[in-house]
Design a protein around this ligand. Structure first.
Ligand code: PLP
Length: 346
């Protein structure tokens, strides 16, 4: 990133600095393309996952969008703002999309349709059966978008094996900088641009590209390896030792190896968050908190989790640099928190 910053060029300029910025961009494009198993020209750089999701949903040549009840707001709100018909497909108690429900939704309308189902959930880590979703969609001539923001860098992701048309990734979820992302677009699929202006990104996204952020994105990808679940599993095992009534969400099926979402009745999420923060642990509540407020988790409610239990749900995400000593610190902090809660209840 420092190399690209020092260079200071605009990738569309033909002078030396511009050519250097262009080289950074194209080299990053190749790194991302290679990791996802696509051609470099299929990679369109954006400012992050939100922009890529908006471009996919608002720009696709369709008249109906179908998305699951556990999608990120950058999908649900973009779909609702797209000015086309929208339908939601339910999930089961593990947070997995109901394929029977999707099949009947796809069959019930002749409208050209886009199906948007995330690859892995941001609250629970549940991994969706994307290849099966894509096969159902193909039978009905629907196009498929997946939000792979949480999955990319944590599990292997291959665009062609999934058999999809559009895929979103974001740099800051795998250790890269905030402010860089990409939309992968199947060759031949034309999207309506959402930004108008210059001819950058082959007239698909106007605006001078952020070469430094994109270089950071590529560097993070080059360093990233699919995670092992060892640390997360250790955390869950030791947590069960302290709080035997802990309820883990989406634990029965395929899950991201770095994510654990759980609730312990009697330990409200806000209290847990504040206490863990004082102990130096940055965790999130299961609830959406993008506005700075703790709201009800639409993901857990779509999975049929009661409001009372959802109010106690927190999610722990391990990063690329997490270690055993982080798990030990977390477990120590959790032990202190539960002791305090018990004393207060007594
Ligand atoms: N999609 C999912 C599943 C996410 O978890 C996030 C961010 O948390 C986004 C999209 C938005 O990505 P960005 O923050 O890069 O806009």
């Amino acid at each position: 990133m420092l190399r690209a910053w020092d260079n200071c060029g605009n990738a569309s300029s033909i002078h030396e600095e511009g050519r250097r910025a262009r080289a950074e961009l194209e080299s990053a494009r190749e790194t991302i393309a290679e990791r996802l198993g696509v051609l470099p020209q299929m990679v369109l750089f954006t400012s992050g996952g939100t922009e890529a999701n908006n471009l996919a949903l608002k720009g696709a040549p369709v008249e109906r969008i179908v998305f699951s009840t556990v999608e990120h707001p950058s999908v649900t709100e973009a779909a609702r703002a797209a000015g086309v018909a929208v339908e939601t497909v339910a999930v089961d108690s593990e947070g997995i999309v109901r394929l029977d429900a999707l099949k009947s939704i796809l069959a019930n309308s002749p409208l050209p349709t886009l199906v948007s189902i995330m690859l892995a959930n941001n609250e629970t880590g549940a991994i969706q059966p994307l290849a099966e979703v894509a096969a159902l969609a193909r039978d009905c001539n629907a196009i498929v978008h997946t939000d792979a923001v949480q999955a990319f860098g944590k599990i292997p992701v291959n665009f062609n094996i999934l058999g999809i048309d559009l895929l979103t990734v974001s740099a800051h979820k795998l250790g890269g900088p905030v402010g860089a992302g990409a939309l992968i677009i199947r060759e031949g699929l034309r999207l309506k641009p959402q930004f108008h202006g210059g001819g950058q990104e082959h007239y698909r996204r106007a605006g001078t590209e952020n070469a430094a952020a994109v270089a950071g994105f590529a560097a993070a990808i080059a360093e990233s390896e699919p995670d092992s679940a060892r640390l997360r599993d250790r955390l869950e095992r030791e947590l069960e030792g302290i709080s035997p009534d802990v309820e883990f969400f989406s634990r029965k099926g395929a899950r991201l190896p770095n994510t654990s979402c759980f609730a312990v009745k009697g330990v409200p999420a806000e209290m847990a968050l504040i206490n863990l923060d004082l102990d130096g642990m940055a965790v999130s509540s299961g609830s959406a908190c993008s506005s700075g407020k703790v709201g009800r988790s639409t993901v857990l409610s779509a999975m049929g989790v009661s409001t009372e239990t959802a109010g106690c749900a927190i999610r722990v995400s391990l990063g690329w640099n997490s270690t055993d000593s982080d798990i030990e610190s977390f477990i120590g902090a959790w032990r202190r928190l539960t002791e305090r809660t018990k004393k207060r209840a007594a």
